[in-house]
Write a protein that binds this ligand. Structure first.
Ligand code: SF4
Length: 331
């Protein structure tokens, strides 16, 4: 059996050591069922995840977060609904745990109250895509609000319509002094023209590679991640339910057990309901293009990458990318 140290030179071994001590234990929380947008293809609404009651007592949220900390969680990923509609609940997390807040960017997170909270601003395609899918060009609003913010980045959901058009968006993000990470739209609501064809996935992969080469200080990504997310394969494995690591632990009855995120739970806003996974209740796993689920898939499968130095370095790069996106290591 090859060992990590025999596969890596000194520099890469040091990089490996800095991520291997992180021991990231994440979980995902719906902060609210409300949203100030209603995007076509938002899995939260399309799979009815908003149909639970919502805990409104702030003291309950604080008690809940304390229990999550006791459970060993060291990364709270806040989604929803739109978390910025309930900043007191966001603060209940932020004061207790390393916290990441996903937002559509319409309401600015006040930095006097949340000075170091990492904020991931969703961006769906370009201004035209956003008007079509989200009813509003949120990019123009969020860019002004977060300009130069060292703890914010864009989560750019690529759509088939972005092929050949993404350079302009990345330049705008760079010019605003922000970072960007890319993932692919899963098109859960079957909006016309937004489902991926094989050739389009190949094209967007080359485009993402080119963006990373051209804007290495702006784009937080890795070519191996591009390959995995566009092909849905890792070696001879195909991504889907039987491989997915981001399934809520208490609901995971897969047999034989799958390599998975330890202790991971996706909680609903009633603080009682547990959803199946980090994304939709109803999504067909074979069509799931979720970026974090694919990244986690790579991360939990270190051994599968120990067949060569190149492969192990690709694994390290994906791990580092994840750690940067959640502020465990600097950009
Ligand atoms: S929908 Fe995606 S994230 Fe959810 S279990 Fe299926 S593959 Fe995993």
């Amino acid at each position: 059996m090859k060992t990590i140290s025999s596969l890596l030179d000194k520099e890469w071994y040091e990089r490996y050591k800095s991520i291997s001590k992180l021991n990231i234990r994440s979980s995902i929380y719906d902060v609210t069922n409300q949203c100030n947008l209603r995007c076509k293809g938002c899995f939260f609404f399309s799979s009815g995840e908003n149909n639970v009651s919502e805990e409104t007592d702030l003291a309950e949220w604080k008690r809940f977060v304390d229990k999550e900390e006791e459970r060993g969680i060291n990364l709270a990923i806040l989604i929803g609904g739109e978390p910025t509609l309930c900043l007191d609940r966001v603060e209940a997390f932020y004061r207790r745990l390393p916290t990441f807040c996903a937002t559509n960017g319409i309401i600015k997170v006040p930095r006097d109250r949340f000075p170091h909270m990492m904020v991931g601003i969703s961006l769906w395609g370009d201004e035209a895509d956003e008007r079509l899918l989200r009813g509003k060009d949120t990019f123009s609003i969020s860019r002004k609000s977060y300009e130069g913010d060292p703890h914010a980045y864009y989560l750019y959901t690529m759509t088939p319509k972005q092929i050949g058009k993404s350079q302009r968006i990345i330049r705008k993000i760079r010019d605003a002094g922000l970072k960007v990470h890319m993932q692919l739209l899963s098109n859960d609501e079957g909006v016309d023209g937004f489902s991926w064809k094989k050739a389009e996935l190949e094209d967007i992969r080359s485009e993402m590679d080119e963006l990373l080469d051209t804007y290495p200080d702006t784009v937080i990504s890795s070519k191996y991640y591009h390959k995995i997310i566009t092909s849905g394969t890792m070696g001879d494995r195909r991504f889907g339910w039987l491989q997915c690591p981001s399934v809520s632990e208490p609901l995971d009855r897969r047999d034989p057990p799958v390599r998975r995120l330890i202790g991971f739970i996706r909680w609903a806003a009633d603080l009682k309901t547990i959803y199946r996974c980090c994304t939709s209740q109803t999504r067909d796993c074979a069509t799931c293009k979720d970026g974090a689920a694919h990244m986690s898939w790579v991360m939990v499968n270190k051994r599968a990458h120990m067949d060569s130095p190149e492969h192990l370095k690709e694994w390290i790069e994906v791990y580092e990318m994840f750690a940067k996106l959640y502020q465990f290591i600097p950009w």
